[in-house]
Every structure is written in C-alpha cells, then in structure tokens.
Design a protein around this ligand. Sequence first.
Ligand SMILES: Nc1ncnc2c1ncn2[C@@H]1O[C@H](COP(=O)(O)OP(=O)(O)OP(=O)(O)O)[C@@H](O)[C@H]1O
Length: 240
Amino acid sequence: MVEAEALFPVVLDDVSVYRKQTRVLGPLNIRFEQTGCTVLMGPNGAGKTTFLRLLHGLVRPREGKVVWALPPEQTYARQSFVFQTPIVMRRTVQDNIAYPLIVRGAGKRQGRQQADEWIDRVGLAHVAHKDAGVISGGERQKLALARALITAPDVLFLDEPSTNLDGASTRDIEALIQAVVRDGTRVFLATHDLGQARRLADNILFIHHGAILEHAECDAFFDHPATPEARSFLRGDILL
Ligand SMILES: Nc1ncnc2c1ncn2[C@@H]1O[C@H](COP(=O)(O)OP(=O)(O)OP(=O)(O)O)[C@@H](O)[C@H]1O
C-alpha cells in the first residue's frame, strides 16, 4: 500500500485576519505537527472559531500565509469540520451520515453500511431512520461528528462539540475523540469547558483578542499558566 503524503507540518507565517478594518486574529506565527489534540481556549470573541476556519481554508488571511505541506486542493479534502451549530439535510440520519461517502463516489448501499457503523459508535441507533430535521440538538451534534469521521479525515476541526450534550453523551463523544486521536487523526478543538480541555488536550492554545498568548503542553498550561490573562481565565475571572 502506498502511504498517503503527510499534510503536516502546517505553518502560519505572519498571518492576520480582518473583518472590515478590524484585525480579529493575528499576527500569528506558529507551526503544528502531525499528531495529537490541540485545544483552543479563550474568552468569547477571542478568535477561536476564526482560527479553526482559517486552518480549514474557510477564512482567508489578509496578511501572511497558511502553508500546509500539500497543495490546498489535496489538503482540505482530507479534513473535516464540525460546526458549533451543524446543518443537517432533510433526510434520514443514516443518509445524512452516508452523504460524504456518496458524494465521493460510494454506492448508496456501501454508504449506508458504513454510516451504520458510525451510528453505533456515536449512539444514534434509536434515531437512525428518523428525519434529521426533527432530532434534538445533542443528537444533531453526534450526527455531525459521525458525518465528519466517516471519510476518515487526517484532520478534524471541532467547534464546541459538546455544547448541547448531557454528561453521558459528552463522555461518549470525548471517548470517541480520544480514540480517533490515538488512531492518528489530528484534532483541533475549541471549547469553553475547562474540564474538557484538560481531558482531551495534548497542548493548549490560549487566545485573547486574536493573539496567541500561550501555546503549551496541557499540564504546563493548567499548572503554571505563563500570562496574567491565562491565570485570570483559569480562575474564572471575566477577561476584558
Ligand atoms: N462574520 C463576521 N463578521 C464580522 N465579525 C466577525 C465575524 N465572525 C467573527 N467576527 C468577529 O471576530 C472576532 C472573533 O470571533 P470568533 O467567533 O472567532 O471568536 P470565538 O473565540 O470563537 O468566540 P466564541 O467563544 O464566542 O465562539 C469577534 O470579535 C467577532 O465579533
């Protein structure tokens, strides 16, 4: 078997993102390697979602560049993004999950078979044949995760993946994320949940006002945050 060429490292070289005249992110200079789970933390509006979208090519930098090891058309096809509020199509949960395989040329039968495996893994068997338009917010997030993983992406971006989930579902989803990281999927995840960050992160990217204030190993970040902003954030203060 021929090994797929690596997408990593990805290098951000003096990258800034603007909305109209306001810089919302940057300047960023950072490099990410192939493995692990990076958790993005920071107060509301810090730039976490914009950062994820930038890496996935959904937001263009006005200054600087984001350089993956492969050209964009190969890079983004090997990535999946789970949005904070996932969009679903008005068809069954099973067909929603099979959809990315079918657009890549799989037959309906094969798509549905593989969808069923992911339906079991995310715990959606009870709604597999329901219209996705009527499932709960938590079920929708699980659907989105299964739909993202069915293509076996090299990189998975997750924006607040457990906002609508109860404790048991959050635990199941986190176990799944840990399993895919172990299997070699590179994960970037934004969360407000300090506990989730501790449980999942190999390293933490702490962002405030669009700037990276810290990029540290998970334990180092929580035990010895280097900046006053991160210390306040971890204490639960409101950061302005
Ligand atoms: N489409 C947009 N148009 C204008 N400004 C935007 C847009 N999207 C984001 N912004 C601004 O960019 C900044 C970063 O927003 P972003 O959503 O990336 O932050 P965040 O850290 O993900 O926030 P939250 O934790 O609230 O989701 C904010 O000031 C936000 O208001």
